[in-house]
Write a protein that binds this ligand. Structure first.
Ligand code: SF4
Length: 319
């Protein structure tokens, strides 16, 4: 399988009043062409910052991001803008990401105009073809974002991201601002486009059921770090990290009569500003021991392809 994105030791820190916020801390992973990597975690865990850093919308602090073999942290501006055509971003809130003064036509045409090399007729053909692909009626071509509902606005956002025919798309909570009834339509649209064009997605969400439905692999983040990483089926069948177990226990069961053993996390969330040399989850973990408070656990492969960041993963799971 062709590896499309390879990320090594990626860090994104922000200065905060003389201290340092570790938003993304030492993340390593790769994705193959046509796969979807689901990234989950509570808000503030750094998943959106990581998504933006992958596309160089935030400059990384250190680490490498190889897209089709090119390290985008090192390329010059010209090369970066060429690569950007192949790497796109779908935002959570289409309303704030779309220009309110642009019609549907202008919104979809603009990336082609900026990229250059297309005649007026070609642009028109591509805009209408994309409207058909994302399920926007052609009669809406001259409407503005505020005249459309959330689902249609997200279809424009997807069309704009896809119009340059990228290979790799970071989808940052693309359905969380939408009504539940519309969410499935948008997810199915993304899946249809992926199947047709062999697209690769990083899909950021706090919704574990969405991620289970669409992802090939799942990365669980906690306070800027990866705490568990595995193929989707493996992660759901053999959840190993205490934090992932708590997240999964909060997902409502489809059977309303089934007994739900929800794990309630107590304790203070550790600050991501100058975090201590310990497990960042230790203040909320019921298995925490002295070692957890004194040493950062390494992310270790405990089963083939299944990585966990916990000193006591074997003992907790009786492996
Ligand atoms: Fe819990 Fe310790 Fe494992 Fe952290 S390292 S998850 S505190 S048992």
């Amino acid at each position: 399988m062709e590896t499309i994105l390879e990320v090594n030791n990626l860090k994104k820190y922000f200065p905060v009043g003389g201290r340092t916020l570790h938003a993304v801390d030492d993340i390593t992973f790769s994705i193959n062409k046509g796969e979807t990597l689901g990234v989950v975690g509570e808000s503030g865990c750094g998943k959106s910052t990581m998504g933006r850093t992958l596309l160089h919308l935030h400059e990384s602090t250190s680490g490498t991001i190889r897209f089709k073999g090119e390290d985008i942290t090192k390329v010059n501006k010209k090369k970066l803008s060429e690569l950007r055509k192949e790497m796109q971003f779908i935002f959570q809130d289409p309303f704030s990401s779309l220009n309110p003064r642009f019609t549907v036509y202008q919104t979809l045409a603009e990336p082609l105009e900026i990229a250059g090399g297309y005649s007026k007729i070609e642009i028109e053909e591509k805009v209408y073809a994309m409207m058909d692909t994302v399920g926007l009626a052609r009669r809406l071509v001259n409407t503005y974002p505020h005249e459309l509902d959330g689902g249609r606005r997200q279809r424009i956002g997807i069309g704009r991201a896809m119009i340059l025919e990228p290979d790799f798309i970071v989808c940052d909570e693309p359905v969380s601002a939408l009504d539940v009834s519309i969410q499935a339509q948008i997810i199915n649209l993304l899946l249809d486009m992926q199947e047709e064009k062999q697209l690769t997605y990083v899909f950021i969400t706090h919704d574990l059921m969405v991620v289970k439905y669409i992802s090939t692999k799942i990365m669980v983040m906690y306070l800027g770090e990866v705490v568990e990483f595995a193929e989707t089926e493996e992660l759901f069948e053999s959840t190993l990290h205490p934090y992932t177990k708590a997240l999964l226990s909060a997902v409502p069961l489809p059977d309303v009569d089934a007994k739900q053993n929800r794990i309630v996390l107590e304790g203070e969330v550790t600050s991501p500003i100058d975090p201590p040399q310990s497990c960042r989850f230790c203040a909320r973990c019921k298995y925490a021991q002295d070692k957890c408070r004194k040493e950062i656990p390494p992310l270790t492969e405990v089963k083939p392809g299944h990585m966990v960041k916990c000193h006591f993963v074997k003992e907790i799971n009786k492996m």
